[in-house]
Every structure is written in C-alpha cells, then in structure tokens.
Design a protein around this ligand. Sequence first.
Ligand code: SAM
Length: 286
Amino acid sequence: MKQEYGQLLVAPKPFVKWAGGKRQLIPVLNQNLPDTFGTYYEPFLGGGALLFHILTERSGQKCSISDLNSDLVLAYITIRDKIDDLILSLKGHEKNYQRDSSSYYYSIRKSNPRNDVEKTSRLIFLNRTCFNGLYRVNSKGKFNVPLGKYTNPNIVNEENLRSVSHILKASRVSVKCRDFETVLSDAKKGDLVYFDPPYQPVSSTANFTSYTNKDFTFDDLTRLAKLCTDLDSKGCKVLLSNSDSKKVAKIFAGKPWKIERIPANRAINSNSKNRTGHFELLIKNY
Ligand SMILES: C[S@@+](CC[C@H](N)C(=O)[O-])C[C@H]1O[C@@H](n2cnc3c(N)ncnc32)[C@H](O)[C@@H]1O
C-alpha cells in the first residue's frame, strides 16, 4: 500500500473527528462489503472513514459522495483543489494558538471568513482544538462548541491532508452538498450505497443530531427506508448503519433486509464511561 502512495507514505484517513465517525468499525464494515460493486455512493459522508478505506484498497474506484453540511463538503473540495494554501493557513492558526490558545480559539469561533481556504482552515482548526473534537451547531447554524483541554493538539496534520488531497484528485470522486434523497437517481444495478445517517435516539437523552441546523427526524428515516426499498428494486447493494433502536429494527424487519447487531464504542460522549458497551445495527440487502 505504501508503494501506491509514492512518496506520500501515509494512507488517507478522516481529516476531521466527526460524531458517529466509523473509523473504529472499519474492520467489521470491511467484512460486510460485497466483493464487487460498480459506483460507490456515500450520501451521509461525515469524516468519510469508509470512503478513505475503499479508496485505499481499490485505486480508481468511482465514487459519489455527499453530505448536507456545506462547510464539510467545502472542506473536501478545498483539500482537493487548494492544499498548499490550506496548509499555509493552518500553520498560521497553529502559531497564533500557541501564543494564547483560549482567546485565539474564541476569536476564530466568532469569525466568519469569506474565502474557501479560510473557511476550511477554520473548520479544521476548530475541530482539532474544540472540546471532544465535536462539530455541533446551534439552531442558527453557528458552531457552538467550547475550547477543548489539549496540551499540544495536532492542528496541521500535513501528511494526512496531502494524502487526502492526492487520493481525491487521483480518483473519480464527485463531491456534492445535497440531501441524501436527491443524489441517487443515477444509481444502477450493482452499485453500492452506504448510508450512515444521524442515528435515531435510543433514549430521550441520547440525541445528537446537530451536524447541520436541520435535525434528522423520524420522517427523514421513513424517507430513507423508502429510498432503500427503491434502490433494492433497482438491484443496488445497500448497506446501512444505525443505532440499536427498536424503531429502526421494525422498519427494516423482513425481506430483503438482514440485520446484524454489532458492538460499537462511541468516540464522542462527554462522559467517558458512556463510550463503551454499546451496540449498533448493520443492515444490508445482499
Ligand atoms: C453519522 S454522520 C456520518 C459519519 C461518517 N460515516 C464518518 O465516518 O464520519 C451523519 C452525517 O449525515 C449528514 N446529514 C444529516 N442530515 C442529512 C441529510 N438530510 N442528507 C444528507 N446528509 C445529511 C450530517 O451532516 C453528518 O455528516
């Protein structure tokens, strides 16, 4: 694998920590991938853990990736197209943060940069230095996470950012900011769609859905279930992650769906005791 990346050496990994990120579940997701598939679709992209895994293992794989969070989608495009300027800007953040972390963090959190490089650099800087590496916005779409307690956060992970830029440029990847329902009209027989939507709450206190200023509701889940059935009728291979929720299990009960309960630790939970001992559902039609 090292050879494939030439002098880049590192295999690309998610460049942001994202609530619901699938890095720790890659081995089990990998076991559940079909041997062959056409285009790979990932319409709830987030940090893109499975995307980077697939691109690393299958060079030249055609992919269609999307998310409703416009800052996040812009970050993928900026990393692909303006990597040198982005790294320069992040090095600036790193220097200023080292001088006075708290006042610098809150000044950047308040700022509203206009150009793509500064917007993406702000997103990555805040993600690296905020509490728990969480992305969360309020109802007005404003990032609202406080400063995290880090002694030496890795603000400019240059090797990984260059590797991500390289793989996005080298592969046939289309990147869009869209609602999940609008990006699958071209999906055809044999294509693979991986859905990793914001999870349905398993209890009334377990809700984290603030990736955008629009929550993912039960109606959205119903829309998603209908789309899964339509994709199945077209002959697409569908893989879906969700919480171990009775409502989800009920919606996907019966043919063609196979449901597996898999152990999953949560990387993002304000109480570290609540990060272990959880299960998730993995649902597929193949
Ligand atoms: C659980 S996260 C995906 C995590 C990802 N698999 C990873 O490894 O980091 C869910 C994502 O869905 C996005 N999202 C929420 N509502 C959406 C919608 N209606 N259409 C498309 N994306 C949406 C959020 O912005 C968030 O990035």
